[in-house]
Design a protein around this ligand. Sequence first.
Ligand code: FAD
Length: 508
Amino acid sequence: PKRIVLILGDQLDLNGAALRGFDFKTDEIVMIESIAEAQYVWSHKAKIALFLSAMRHFAIQLKELKYPLTYIKDSPLSIVEALKEKLIKKGVTDLICVEPGEWRLKQQIEELAGELSLRLEMREDDHFYCSHQEFLEWVADKKELRLEYFYRLMRKRHNILVDNQGNPQGGQWNFDQDNRKSYSKKGPGIIESPVLFEPDSATKEVLEFVNDTYPNHPGSLDHFRWPVTRAQALEALDYFVEYRLRNFGVFQDAMWTDTPFGWHSILSSSLNLKLLNPREVIAAVLQAWKKYSLDLSTVEGFIRQILGWREFVRGMYYLDMPKMAQDNYYDHQRALPKWYWTGQTNMACMKDAIGQTLQYGYAHHIQRLMVTGNFALLAEILPKEVCDWYLAIYVDAIEWVELPNTAGMALFANGGRFTSKPYIASGAYIKRMSNYCGSCQYKSDVRFGEEACPVTTLYWNFLIKHRSQFESSPRTKLMTANLKRISDEDQKSIVEHADHLLTHLNDL
Ligand code: FAD
């Protein structure tokens, strides 16, 4: 039989499931660069460049190892169309691939195999701890799907930060309370910069190609320093655990102007391209914990993100697709403000979070959730528009992880299927966690009128609008308690001002 092994751009692991049992005599690898794929959403130049550069470096390695490889460059076709052409031309009987990180592509590959009567072997991605089957078993008897209980199970099952009896190290599962500090009023002080990789000649060629081919796409390539090979990703991991992990936990939620990375790991793109396996990331973190006597709270806080959130959202994605992409619990219909693509807004928090996103294709979790995400929810933006933005603009964005975070966590578009309440906050939260408000023309504590912080106005407006619904559920009852302290007259002014903002979102 003539077998083709399809390797997608986010499956770049020489030891991964795709190449298991590879027969050098009969099998052949196919990799496809699709221009259509880069334009499916209006992708950040750095995201396109990262995928292309990492794919090309991977192809070089495959060639060095003498794998038979067809590498299709700059195809005008979609991945599936290009694959179909190839399969027909070669008279292929068997198609092997790892499950794609995008539901749409998974369906299309399955359909193609049916259409061409191929034997399709779609292998489970071994870059996750939790298989689909395990996740389904966990879901089966749950009334509520919550990260916390899933995460505890993962800790026990994989014997991570638990003692012999299965109890959590340090006597508690969760150190979130220790992990929510803002920087000092004077600023973050000296933060060890993450390790940055100068583009080599292959990357430079990609950068030029992207600039020429996608000149109108958002974002800049001037700061492109992402790891594009496994060796670089390993170096980034080593560097993170040695120099930056120690302060990751405590300042996980903190924000500061011109501090794009904080103490975060910046490993998401390498993990998502599969240059790194989460098991080796967690092993390195546990080793550093002992070696440098790090606080358990920082180590637990980090492991929670990888072993908890990363696994959990992936499980939810495959469980809830395709519905997840269509859900619109609040029936929000507004267009995304244009300045999401330019950063040109007067709101200092949005300007900084979007500005760094355009520079690097990166913002950390709280910027994504509580700045751009929070605003999009309060401003009643159509979830699809918001999700397309997130998918386009972050170098680590692949649908299995982007969609549940955006639609599920940030926008509450699935009505709280896996979160207990909407993550909404007023300008007061942003003021507490950052220095953004100091330089802003709006005032975080003013609720209406010209000086009012739009985040604050829209926050109270949201609570007023959904008051009865919030009060009808014990999970959200407390959220509206503070409304009692705002006079009816002021509430009226808030709603009026909010109406004005909502119809002039592009002017903020
Ligand atoms: P760190 O803060 O150092 O965390 C370590 C690792 O934990 C990350 O590299 C990531 O692999 C994992 N992780 C942390 N939080 C999450 C989470 N909520 N879900 C899944 N994994 C997590 N992450 C993506 O990888 N791709 C996305 O497209 C993406 N879109 C997001 C959209 C929104 C609206 C929100 C709120 C979050 C999104 N996240 C996404 C999750 C998170 O913000 C990023 O993983 C993180 O900011 C990446 O930076 P880092 O590597 O420095 O992470």
